[in-house]
Design a protein around this ligand. Sequence first.
Ligand SMILES: C=CC1=C(C)c2cc3[nH]c(cc4nc(cc5[nH]c(cc1n2)c(C)c5CCC(=O)O)C(CCC(=O)O)=C4C)c(C)c3C=C
Ligand SMILES: [Fe+2]
Ligand SMILES: [Fe+2]
Length: 348
Amino acid sequence: MLACRGIWLIKGNTLTSPSPAFGVLLVNLGTPDEPTPKAVKRFLKQFLSDPRVVDLSPWLWQPILQGIILNTRPAKVAKLYQSVWTEQGSPLMVISEQQAQKLATDLSATFNQTIPVELGMSYGNPSIESGFAKLKAQGAERIVVLPLYPQYSCSTVASVFDAVSQYFTQVRDIPELRFSKQYFDHEAYIAALTHSVKRHWKTHGQADKLILSFHGIPLRYATEGDPYPEQCRATAKLLAQALELTDGQWQVCFQSRFGKEEWLTPYADELLADLPRQGVKSVDVICPAFATDCLETLEEISIGGKETFLHAGGEAYHFIPCLNDDELHIELLRQLVQEQAQPWIRAE
Ligand SMILES: C=CC1=C(C)c2cc3[nH]c(cc4nc(cc5[nH]c(cc1n2)c(C)c5CCC(=O)O)C(CCC(=O)O)=C4C)c(C)c3C=C
Ligand SMILES: [Fe+2]
Ligand SMILES: [Fe+2]
């Protein structure tokens, strides 16, 4: 049985422990509020102005961003968002809310007390700041920050770290904090992915090849020290081993490249266009870098990737959804939180 060490306060002459043992800030990238050019522009402006995402000198980058990209891209990208938008909103937001709710239920059952879990998005709403404010309002004085990126990249996880540090520059009494950096090789993550692929095979049969499509980053970020590509390859290898795939039965690629620089290769669109020529007629495609389905998985890979592959002569293309609110995914998130909260927990 696990119990939590509370925060003790003196009220009058009595020591009380009114706060939850800890709270959780679940962080994801964020998404526009609406699938309109105006809302997409607002979102892209904040996202692409983050120097962790685009590390060019602002003197060089801001004129390109403000003068060209924000005048052309929002209308095009808004149409893409419209193709995946649901009645409840952006898939990334709807699924993130489900994850937060299920994780809170799971943690509260584990610790036999209410453990608040709030969402904070790096860009757009709800912001990281509002997530911390909600946790404070619920009395959380110890907080686990859990970015939903299995593989560490400076462009994602480090930007969450920056936002967290920035927020607390304005706060006099900061909480105790634990920050989860990565979980690319976590046993429960590989188990959740394995289960998801096997479940897919049970329903649809196994394709010639399993394609593991990770979000790309500029190659330069990796050569300058970002460990992201090695972590992607490690995840892929662990998953392939767990599925007992031979070398020819799986392949890694990188999607969603942006701008003119070289990104990690092979590029997903080029690979999918080439595979039929190599004799690969059916593929299952999974996106392990995404904890939640979103524009990049549902539009670019599930819809766009299929068109590319079938147009190039492929015969069957199956997209395997992200882990989303799968039971084993929530179990993984609970374990990650528990590992970080360890110093605040005692066994009874
Ligand atoms: C320089 C640009 C970008 C880097 C670096 C980058 C890294 C990166 N992104 C994700 C996860 C997501 N990206 C999403 C959308 C998205 N990404 C970029 C650019 C970079 N990403 C853009 C411009 C966009 C917006 C859409 C577009 O204009 O093309 C999303 C989806 C958001 C949604 O609303 O559904 C996610 C998630 C990772 C994991 C990553 C590095 C590892
Ligand atoms: Fe991205
Ligand atoms: Fe399939």
